[in-house]
Write a protein that binds this ligand. Sequence first.
Ligand code: ASP
Length: 348
Amino acid sequence: MIENTPSVLIIYTGGTIGMIENPETGALENFNFDHLLEHVPELKRFNYRILSYQFNPPIDSSDMEPSFWAKLVKIINYNYEHFDGFVILHGTDTMSYTAAALSFMLENLSKPVILTGSQLPIGTLRTDGKENLITAIEIAAAKNSSGTAMVPEVCIFFENHLMRGNRTCKINAENFNAFRSFNYPPLARAGIHIKYEPGLIRQPDPSKPLKPHYLFDTNVVILTLFPGIQQEIITSVLHVQGLKAVVLKTFGSGNAPQKAWFINLLRDATERGIIIVNITQCSSGIVEMERYETGLQLLQAGVISGYDSTPEAAVTKLMFLLGHGLSNAEIRQRMNSNMAGEITKRIF
Ligand code: ASP
C-alpha cells in the first residue's frame, strides 16, 4: 500500500446503479466492475487507490438476505486493515435494511461503510449514480485533522445527504431524493463542499478492535395495525410456530385498539415469551406508551417500546439479538438501549 494514498474498497452487490445500456440491444445489463474505471473515468481524478469486489451474480436487493449481510461483513472484516473506507453499492429497495443490519454486525466500527445506489443506471445520461458514487467514495476516504475517519459509521449517502444508515427509510420510488432519516439529522450535506456535522457523528473507542457478528434468527414478523383488523388474523399471526418476536406498528405515539381480545392476545403472547416491540406507523416521532390509556395498556401487557426506531432498524435488531441466543430479558433490555445510534431515548 502506498503510504498516505487514500484507499477505498467498492463492493457491488447489485441493483440499478451497476447497470449500463447495451449499445446494440438497448437493454440494461450489469457491467463488470473490473472495468469500473472505463465506465466512470471520473474516478481516476481522485488519485485514490480504488479496488472493487462484485457479488457474482449481482442480486436485486429484493433478494437480500441475512446470508448476504454476513458475506458483506466477511469482506469488510477481511479487508479492514487495507482500506480507509468501504462503499457498498446496493439496490435501493432494501438498502435501509442492509444498512441497519450492518450497523449492528460491525461492532466498534472505526472506518466508514457508505451504502449508495441510484434510481437510474450509471450508464444512462441523466444518471444520479455517478454523483452518488463519487461523493460516497470521497466520504469513505475522508479523515479529520487527527487522521482518523471523519464518519466511522454505517451510512447511506443519497442525493446530497449522508444519513446514519439505521435511521433511514426509502420513501420514494421515483425521485432521486429516495431516502430520509426522519428522526435523526443528516451527518453531512454535499453541496459545493461536503459539510460534516461532527457533533452528530458517533465516535468509536479507538482501543477496541472491530468485532464482526454474523448470526441472525429470522423468526420475526412486522404487524401493522389498522382500524378493523380482525381478531382471527392477529390470533393466527401470534400463534405461528416458532415465532419469537413481533414489530408492532401502532398508531401515532404508540397507541392501539382498547378491545379486551386484543390486549389479551398480546399479554398471552408476551407471557409465552414472544417479544413485542411497539413502533409508530408515522414516519417521524417517537412512541410514548405512558402518554395515553391506549398505549399504557400495551405496556401493561408486556409490550416494550421501540422509541423512535424505524421498522427496518427494529426488525433487523430483533433478528440480530435473537440470533445471538440472548435470553428474553436480555433482548428486552437491549431493545430498550441504544446499540448503534438507532434510537433516541427521551425522558418525557
Ligand atoms: N430493484 C432495484 C433493487 O433494489 C432497485 C434499485 O436498484 O434501486 O435492487
